[in-house]
Design a protein around this ligand. Structure first.
Ligand SMILES: Cc1cc2nc3c(=O)[nH]c(=O)nc-3n(C[C@H](O)[C@H](O)[C@H](O)COP(=O)(O)OP(=O)(O)OC[C@H]3O[C@@H](n4cnc5c(N)ncnc54)[C@H](O)[C@@H]3O)c2cc1C
Length: 454
C-alpha cells in the first residue's frame, strides 16, 4: 500500500487549491472525494463572488484568508485561463438609518485599508440607472468581482493532477485510525489509504470526517441558499453586484451579474437539518423575487431560466473551524461557510506552509502550468473564432457550444464523468432550455468516452 505524505479529504475548492499548492513542494499528495466529480458540494452552488473581505469580521482568520486568497486569485487566475469580471459591488441605503450604517462601514473599511467609495444619489443612479427608485446613497466596493466557480475548482485540481497529485473520486471516507506515525483512512469502497498527514476539507461532511478520526470540535449546520437565474437578455439592466444594506434580518437579496452573462438573484440563508435538502421553495422564491423587485424592478420583465439551491458548510461557530493538530498529523479546515471561493488560495497557502515545515519538504519548485477554457460571456466563442480549430457543429444552441469544445473537455487528463460535470466544464446544457434539446446528445458523447455512469 502506497503511503502518501498528505491525504486531502474532499475535492471542493479548498481541497483542490490545497493540492495545487502542495505539489509545488516535492510532496506525494492524494485527494479522496466522495462524489464522482470534483466540486460537487458547496463549491457548486455559490454566488461566485470573489470577495475582497471588506465585510468579514475584523481580526478573524476568515478576513486574513479572504484577503490573501483574493490577492492571489487576481494574480494567478489569468495564468490558469480563468476570467475575472471586476464589476464592483454597490451596497444601497434606502433610508437615513441605512445611510448612517453604511457611513460607519465606510470608515471601518478605510481604517482597514479596503478601497471603498461613497456614491450620493446622483452618482448612484448614474452608475445603476435601472435601480429601483427611492435610494438615498450607496457604498461602492470597486474590488468585488465575479468569477467562474466551476472552472476554478477544475483548474486547481487539474494543475495539481498534472504535477503528480492522485485524484480518487467515489471514495467516501468512513473510518480513520492512527497507527504509529501514520493515519490509516478507509473509504466506503473498503480500500485503505495511509498517510503521514490528513487534511480534512470535507465541507458539509467535515464534522463527520473529524468524528471518524476521534475529533469532535465542531458541528456542521448546513445553511441553504436559493437562487433565481434570469436570461442573458437582462444583462444590460445592471452593471455591478447590487446589495441592500445588511440589517438585523441578515444580508438580504443580491443581484449578481454573472460571469456567464446572466443575472442572478439570491441567495437565501436558511438553516436546515439535511445537507442534501437542495429543494427550491415557494417561500424562498417569494423572498428573492420581492428583494429583487426593490433593487431592479425591470428584472421581472425578463424570462427566468432556472432556480437552484446551494448549501453552505456553516458550523456551530461563526469563525472558520481551522484546527491544526500538527502533533497528531491531522488538520481540519472546516466550516468554510460563505467565503471559501475567495479564501481558498489563502487557506491553501496557510496549510501548505504548516505542512511543508512539519514534513520538512523541500522548497517550492516550478510546476507544469495548465490553462482551462474561458467560458465567460466576454470571450470570443469557439464557433466564431477564426484562429481556432475546426470545431464541427454547434451541439448546445442556447450557449453556442461546439462539438469540438465538448470533445476537448472529454479528452482532458481529468475528464468529466457525469452530465453535470460536462455541463460545468463546457456550459453545454446551461442555457435557456437547460439541456432539453442537447441533453441526449451530450449523454451520448459522454457514453462514447466511457463516462455517464452517474
Ligand atoms: C449559497 C452560497 C453562496 C455562496 N457565495 C459565495 C461567494 O459569493 N463567494 C465565496 O467566496 N464563497 C461563497 N460561498 C461559499 C463557498 O461556496 C464555500 O465556502 C466553499 O465552496 C467551501 O468549499 P469546501 O471545499 O470547503 O467545501 P465543498 O465544496 O463542500 O467540498 C467538500 C468536498 O468534500 C467531499 N466530502 C464530504 N464528505 C466526504 C467524505 N466523508 N469523504 C470524502 N469526501 C467527502 C464532498 O463531496 C465535497 O466535494 C457560498 C456558498 C453558498 C452555498
Amino acid at each position: 500500500m502506497k503511503i502518501f505524505e498528505v491525504l486531502i479529504i474532499g475535492a471542493g475548492v479548498v481541497g483542490a487549491a490545497l493540492a495545487r499548492d502542495l505539489v509545488r513542494h516535492p510532496l506525494s499528495v492524494a485527494l479522496l472525494e466522495a462524489g464522482p466529480e470534483p466540486g460537487e458540494g458547496a463549491s457548486k452552488g455559490n454566488s461566485a463572488l470573489m470577495c475582497t473581505g471588506w465585510d468579514t469580521p475584523r481580526g478573524s482568520l476568515e478576513r486574513e484568508m479572504v484577503r490573501r486568497g483574493y490577492e492571489r486569485y487576481l494574480n494567478e487566475a489569468p495564468l490558469l485561463g480563468l476570467p475575472i469580471r471586476r464589476t464592483g459591488s454597490t451596497m444601497i441605503a434606502w433610508n437615513e438609518e441605512q445611510a448612517e450604517t453604511l457611513k460607519a462601514e465606510r470608515e471601518a473599511a478605510r481604517e482597514d485599508a479596503f478601497a471603498v467609495e461613497w456614491l450620493d444619489r446622483a452618482a448612484l443612479y448614474q452608475r445603476e440607472p435601472k435601480l429601483g427608485s427611492g435610494a438615498l446613497a450607496a457604498l461602492f466596493i470597486p474590488g468585488e468581482s465575479v468569477v467562474d466557480p466551476f472552472s476554478t475548482v477544475h483548474a486547481y485540481l487539474l494543475e495539481a493532477f498534472v504535477n503528480g497529485a492522485v485524484f480518487l473520486p467515489g471514495r467516501r471516507v468512513v473510518r480513520c485510525a492512527r497507527r504509529g506515525n501514520l493515519w490509516e483512512v478507509e473509504a466506503e469502497t473498503g480500500e485503505l489509504f495511509r498517510a503521514r498527514f490528513v487534511v480534512n476539507c470535507a465541507g458539509l461532511g467535515g464534522d463527520r470526517v473529524d468524528a471518524a478520526a476521534g475529533f469532535h470540535d465542531f458541528v456542521i449546520k448546513p445553511r441553504k441558499g436559493q437562487f433565481v437565474l434570469f436570461d442573458k437578455l437582462a444583462a444590460p439592466l445592471v452593471n455591478s453586484i447590487l446589495a441592500p444594506t445588511p440589517g438585523p434580518a441578515g444580508r438580504g437579496v443580491l443581484v449578481v451579474p454573472t460571469i456567464f452573462g446572466n443575472v442572478m438573484l439570491g441567495p437565501t440563508a436558511e438553516e436546515v437539518d439535511d445537507p442534501e435538502d437542495r429543494a427550491v421553495t415557494r417561500a424562498g422564491l417569494d423572498f428573492l423575487l420581492s428583494g429583487g423587485r426593490r433593487l431592479l424592478p425591470d428584472l421581472e420583465k425578463f424570462p427566468l431560466v432556472t432556480t437552484h439551491a446551494g448549501m453552505r458548510p456553516a458550523s456551530d461557530k461563526s469563525e472558520y473551524r481551522f484546527i491544526p493538530r500538527t502533533e497528531q498529523g491531522w488538520i481540519s479546515v472546516g466550516g468554510i461557510r460563505s467565503t471559501g471561493l475567495s479564501s481558498a488560495l489563502g487557506l491553501a497557502e496557510h496549510v501548505t506552509s504548516i505542512l511543508a515545515k512539519s514534513l520538512e519538504a523541500g522548497p517550492a519548485r516550478d510546476i507544469r502550468r495548465v490553462r482551462v477554457p474561458d467560458l465567460s460571456a466576454g470571450r470570443v466563442p469557439a464557433w466564431e473564432d477564426p484562429s481556432g480549430p475546426e470545431d464541427g457543429e454547434i451541439v448546445c444552441h442556447c450557449e453556442k457550444i461546439t462539438l469540438g469544445e465538448i470533445r476537448r473537455a472529454l479528452a482532458s487528463p481529468l475528464p468529466p464523468v457525469t452530465l453535470g460535470g460536462l455541463r460545468r466544464r463546457t456550459r453545454a446544457g446551461y442555457g435557456r432550455c437547460q439541456g432539453f434539446f442537447c441533453g441526449a446528445r451530450l449523454a451520448e458523447l459522454l457514453r462514447e468516452q466511457g463516462g455517464g455512469k452517474n
